[in-house]
Design a protein around this ligand. Structure first.
Ligand code: SF4
Length: 416
């Protein structure tokens, strides 16, 4: 008996939940007023809500199919897995997306897929969903397509014409990890696909700058850029390996985001995969470290100097860990330090630093001014000099880290 669309959705939306790379920021502005159809990425159009586990749920996040000819060992959809399978036809999925959009359930579509028949065949089907939405229905909402690295570059080029964002999953931080856990995938092929996407994005930007090509006439290509996902805790990679790979991807392939996704144990997993998820805090620390590089002006090597044995401290955030290791930088005078120096102070982010620099032009700032800016004084006090405040020897205390660590938990006798 043929499955209903809702049955398929139940299976294929559940199968997509392991994919973290679905944030929808950074795309170009489009509005239904300017298109013949429906949808908008502007104003109230694209916003994000998150499930309790942190995953973005503002998009219809779904697989075209969870059939797969590959057998990646960390994946619930691998060919040897015993899960229930389903597959959408492109027209069916496009209709479902439109239906959800019109009911205001979603702001767009995040589409990924297992590989059926061949990488090219699958990619063609995914592109067809986007084509139907854009060309047949003039859908102006957000589309994120997960591209299949092994597919023909011409298909990826076509995908970029319809999608706001493309992503190619790097999956694991090292080629060795891929060889062990995803033997049909190749790090080289994945990086080549990323390079190809980058080339086309850059080409589009150049065309837009050209005086000879009108902005609107430049061929569209993934205006929201490209992203990728790395699985944390499936292989033995340490935080330092993960962040180093992310650094290479940001600098070499111009990625907008690297998503870190804690490995979720799957049914009938092979014995060399961990039986439990890594602590979610590990994923969180990696995101914080990633932000330090992208928004706080730290070099990756700098951030990694806060690790122990290649791993971030789970009890204190990486910036605080870095500050505790580099106390010679402190105390920092908040009324004199440069923006770059202030961004090194634990508890001060780019927005607060901007406020400090603006406010100190009128009068020297004290702790009460920082409190008004909602800065945690407990966190900054040991590291700053302010009007009427000097930390004295506080910053050199041996037990300073203990002041920031969470109180120890009483272990439960009944914990698993
Ligand atoms: S190719 Fe993708 S869907 Fe298929 S087994 Fe590997 S990770 Fe899973």
């Amino acid at each position: 008996m043929a499955r209903s669309t809702i049955d398929k959705l139940t299976i294929l939306a559940d199968a997509a939940k392991y994919d973290a790379s679905c944030a929808s920021s950074g795309t170009s502005k489009r509005d239904s007023k300017n298109s013949k159809g429906i949808g908008s990425t502007e104003g109230m159009g694209i916003c994000h809500s998150y499930a309790p586990d942190g995953r973005c749920i503002s998009l219809l996040k779904v697989l075209l199919t969870n059939f797969c000819i590959f057998d990646c060992r960390y994946c619930v959809n691998r060919s040897s897995s015993n899960v229930e399978r389903a597959r959408f036809k492109p027209e069916e999925l496009a209709a479902l997306t439109l239906d959800f959009y019109k009911r205001n359930y979603i702001e767009g579509l995040f589409l990924s897929s297992g590989i059926i028949q061949s990488a090219n065949y699958t990619m063609e089907q995914m592109v067809e969903v986007a084509r139907i939405l854009r060309e047949d229905h003039h859908f102006a909402g957000y589309i994120h397509l997960k591209t299949i690295a092994e597919a023909d570059p011409e298909l990826i080029a076509l995908a970029g014409q319809y999608a706001d964002r493309l992503s190619v999953n790097i999956e694991l931080p090292s080629d060795q990890g891929l060889k062990t856990f995803a033997p049909e995938k190749s790090g080289q092929t994945i990086r080549k696909a990323m390079a190809d996407v980058k080339y086309r994005i850059d080409d589009r930007k150049e065309a837009q700058k050209s005086r000879l090509i009108k902005k609107a006439a430049a061929p569209k290509f993934a205006p929201g850029g490209q992203s990728t996902q790395m699985i944390v805790g499936a292989d033995g990679a340490k935080d330092q390996d993960i962040l180093s790979t992310a650094n290479t991807l940001y600098s070499g392939y111009g990625l907008r985001r690297v998503y870190y996704s804690a490995y979720s144990p799957i049914p009938d997993a092979s014995s060399d995969l961990p039986p439990q998820k890594p602590p979610l805090m590990r994923e969180h620390r990696l995101y914080q470290a990633d932000w330090m590089v992208r928004f706080y002006g730290f070099e990756t090597s700098d951030v990694l100097s806060a690790t122990t044995g290649g791993m971030f401290d789970l009890d204190v955030d990486p910036k605080l860990a870095w500050s505790l290791r580099h106390r010679d930088w402190f105390p920092m005078d908040i009324n004199r330090a440069t923006r770059e120096q202030l961004l090194r102070v634990p508890g001060l982010g780019p927005t607060t630093v901007k406020k400090i620099i603006s406010a100190r032009r009128f009068s020297a700032l004290g702790l009460e001014d920082l409190a008004r800016m909602r800065v945690s004084l407990t966190k900054v006090r040991p590291f700053i000099i302010a009007r009427g405040w000097s930390p004295g020897a506080l910053v050199d205390l041996d037990n300073l880290r203990a002041r920031f660590s969470p109180a120890p938990d009483q272990l439960s006798l009944f914990a698993a």
